[in-house]
Design a protein around this ligand. Structure first.
Ligand SMILES: Nc1nc2c(ncn2[C@@H]2O[C@H](COP(=O)(O)OP(=O)(O)OP(=O)(O)O)[C@@H](O)[C@H]2O)c(=O)[nH]1
Ligand SMILES: [Mg+2]
Length: 402
């Protein structure tokens, strides 16, 4: 057996991906709990504790969190030197100052979508400043270490909670660690009483720290729902994005963005992996992707009309959003019953009524496949986005007062 097939569960000839799919299709009756909670019962293939197997998580190439060690450069040392020249007696001190150490700088750049580069390089060090030299020559500055990150990256202290910086716009640049200053050379210490100082300063040490980079995508609207709710199909139908779509849960393993155009307006819509009951405890793929919805102004909650009791499914997802926190439950939410083309009129009515009772408002109905109700859903999203923009503008620009 090859090493690869051994890793893939001992089935020669199967790729890792195909094995994972098989694992996910274990019927609910094979569960260990015996009780089928909405959203969890079907995914018991995730193992006894409901967590995604490690090999499945490995497929999540998208990297939205990285730990990085940074160190700014030490300053160069000052120099002790005296002028020595033919026919010039007592030339005096001419030791130059050391150069400043290199900074560690973070820059927000275009064209990056993940923090994947930080899987391969985790150490960023500014260069040491050049030492001072004789003939009053100062040392050069050490080169900076530049870390390029995508828009939406937040930088946290080692504790993972204290926010140091939030880079939301391309071109933003911040210095995370300043290089040490260079030391003074002996020329600097010359005074009227000490005309020939024989000491110079060493350079200052650089700063060493560990930081966490966390990417939170910037989208105005975000899709939420159970796996298979039709989130990726919705995104594919309304934008040029081409996410993977399939009829098994957890098709989407990484968040995706698409630009939605409606008339002359446009906004960015985010699709994240599905949530299941217990996601906040790590079940399924967990709730770490919810971080990408933190910056969204409005959520589109899709509930599969062909699935389980729509009201219970809705509550399951709301519970997970609440357990994650970060104000996700306070965001404006548009509730929609998806895949309405695939159910008969009676089921649709029953599911819509259940969802209405749970959400306390009438849900939209849509089908990304037939196109029914899609324009209405986009219009509702745009309206909610506009409302948010208006409110934000009112808060930012208070009325002028003399
Ligand atoms: N009939 C019908 N099928 C749909 C519709 N939308 C999605 N589907 C099907 O439902 C299945 C799941 O769709 P996805 O878009 O992959 O679902 P998802 O919510 O992104 O699922 P995860 O990525 O696993 O969270 C696919 O087989 C789709 O073809 C719809 O409007 N009508
Ligand atoms: Mg998907």
């Amino acid at each position: 057996m090859t090493q690869r097939s051994a890793r893939a569960g001992g089935k020669p000839g199967l790729s890792q991906t195909s094995v994972c799919r098989i694992a996910l299709r274990v019927p609910a009756s094979a569960g260990t709990s015996g009780e089928v909670t909405p959203g969890l019962g079907r995914y018991v293939g995730f193992g006894l504790d409901g967590r995604a197997p490690a090999r499945y998580l490995k497929l999540m190439k998208f990297l939205d969190e990285a730990k990085v060690y940074i160190r700014s450069g030490d300053g160069g040392a000052g120099c002790v030197s005296f002028r020595r020249e033919k026919f010039i007696e007592f030339g005096g001190p001419d030791g130059g100052d050391g150069g400043k150490g290199g900074d560690v700088v973070v820059e927000c750049v275009q064209g990056l979508n993940t923090l994947i580069d930080y899987r391969y390089q985790q150490h960023f060090k500014g260069k040491t400043g050049m030492h001072g030299m004789g003939q009053n020559r100062a040392g050069g500055k050490g080169a900076d270490a530049l870390m390029k990150v995508p828009a939406g990256t937040q930088i946290f202290e080692e504790d993972g909670e204290t926010l140091l910086a939030d880079l939301t716009e391309v071109g933003q640049k911040i210095t995370l660690a300043r290089g040490g200053n260079g030391g003074f050379g002996n020329a600097y210490f010359t005074t009227s009483t000490n005309r020939a100082p024989r000491h110079a300063n060493p350079g200052q040490d650089g700063i060493e720290r560990t930081v966490w980079l966390r990417l939170k995508l910037i989208a105005e609207a975000g899709l939420v729902g159970l796996p298979n709710a039709g989130k990726s199909t919705f995104l594919a139908a309304v934008s040029a994005a081409r996410p993977k779509i399939a009829d098994y849960p957890f098709t989407t393993l990484k968040p995706g963005l698409g630009v939605v155009r409606l008339g002359d307006r446009e906004f960015v819509l985010a699709d994240i992996p599905g949530l299941i009951a217990g996601a906040h405890e790590g079940l399924g793929l967990g709730d770490r992707f919810l971080g990408h919805l933190e910056r969204c102004n409005v959520l589109l909650h899709l509930v599969d009309a062909t699935g389980d009791h729509a009201g219970q499914v809705y509550k399951t997802i709301r519970h997970e959003l609440g357990a994650y926190g970060a104000g996700l439950t306070e965001k404006p939410e548009i509730v929609a019953l998806s895949k309405v083309d695939a159910v008969d009129a009676e089921t649709l009515k029953a599911q819509a009524a259940r969802l209405k009772r749970a959400a306390k408002r009438a849900p939209l109905t849509l089908s990304a496949v037939s196109g029914a109700g899609m324009t209405g859903a986009l219009g509702a999203l745009l309206q909610a986005i506009d409302e948010h923009r208006r409110e934000a503008a009112a808060v930012e620009a208070p009325a002028w007062q003399p």
